[in-house]
Design a protein around this ligand. Sequence first.
Ligand code: ASP
Ligand code: MG
Length: 422
Amino acid sequence: MKVFKFGGASVKDAEAVKNVKSILDKFPNDQLFVVVSAMGKTTNALEKITEALFNKDYDQFRELIQERKQFHLAILNELFEDKTHPVFKEIQDIFNDLGNRVNIAISENYDFEYDQIVSLGEVVSTKIIHAYLGLFQNDVNWADARRLIRTNNNYRYADVDWKKTEELLLNYRNKFPSKRIFITQGFLGHTPENFTTTLGREGSDFTAGIVAFCLNAKSVTIWKDVPGMLNADPKWFDNTVKLDKISFKEAIELAYYGASVIHPKTLKPLQNKTIPLYVKSFISPEAEGTVIQQSTENDSLIPSFIFKMNQTLLSITPKDFSFIAEENMSFIFKAMSEIGLRINVMQNSALSFSVCFDENERKLEELVERLSMDYIVRFNKDLELVTIRHYDAETIERLTERKDILLEQKTRQTVRIVMKDI
Ligand code: ASP
Ligand code: MG
């Protein structure tokens, strides 16, 4: 069994869906579990639809649903010559039912309703792809992740019940020995009470990791619009280099520092069972891509850069100059975790403690207010944080040219610099 994952960009229109089929056709002898995201920007649209419903902005609600319905019907029209194919009605019904929600009382729990609505993106995309593949072959099953991935009821950020999920997935696969391809939804799960949950935005990669772990897959392949894992985001760099082969450990480090190629939760289950993860291009599926696996031999060959923009650096000094590092740190950690600010870098000196985090005006104000009683608080905004793995003097110099450095932190493998334009 191999697990494939196709993200939103790889199923954004009819052409892309045909391309998914052509990729699957290259693996006629493999059993495939195929995890699919919502088409294009559908998840964002469904988030807006949920918001409109809660704001009782029914015109907006209906308009947005209509737009998404037409988007999917246009794709169906291109894929299916037979306009009486049952999938047309199935997709229309899903959007019509969603529209009828204005007539039903909604729960007060926003996150609960969010999951019931936003999950429809994956339901619709997998139904379309399953029906399309069904035009050519009969060994394809539509697998409902809302019956297979068991989670708790932490809506929008549900935690997986691994034991139960493993049982459900194994039973499910054994029930269909004659099926070779299973199409399932990324990002979705269900509670013991059978309510739909989601695993956090961009969670489809994680679904691929869960399925591979539970079914002891031979490998996972994430099909993307980039040739593999690159050493930097092409948004900021012209001369990016593909990493051919890196270790799980290195990939986890890169994900931790903010590289956005794979959802960070995906790697742990794969590493636990040493299931290799391939990142490949759906545009050139024959090309090598990147493989993430156990051995670390190639890790330090190429420096990797991770940029985070819009950073705030905040420093505190106790007003009485009595610096007891542990106490001050635990105070600021507690405040930050209660406010919901995630620390990107921290550093302390004799009399001050500094933290760098993603800009957020409201949370910054709250933090400053909490700290101002006992501390002199200073902060700088509009900063950049660059992390370089496997750095050398020349790359540091190049990246910090014409920059004012506010904080620099070096370990043997990694340098992290908070800086701004001069
Ligand atoms: N469709 C979901 C999202 O856009 C999950 C995913 O794409 O991974 O967040
Ligand atoms: Mg997506």
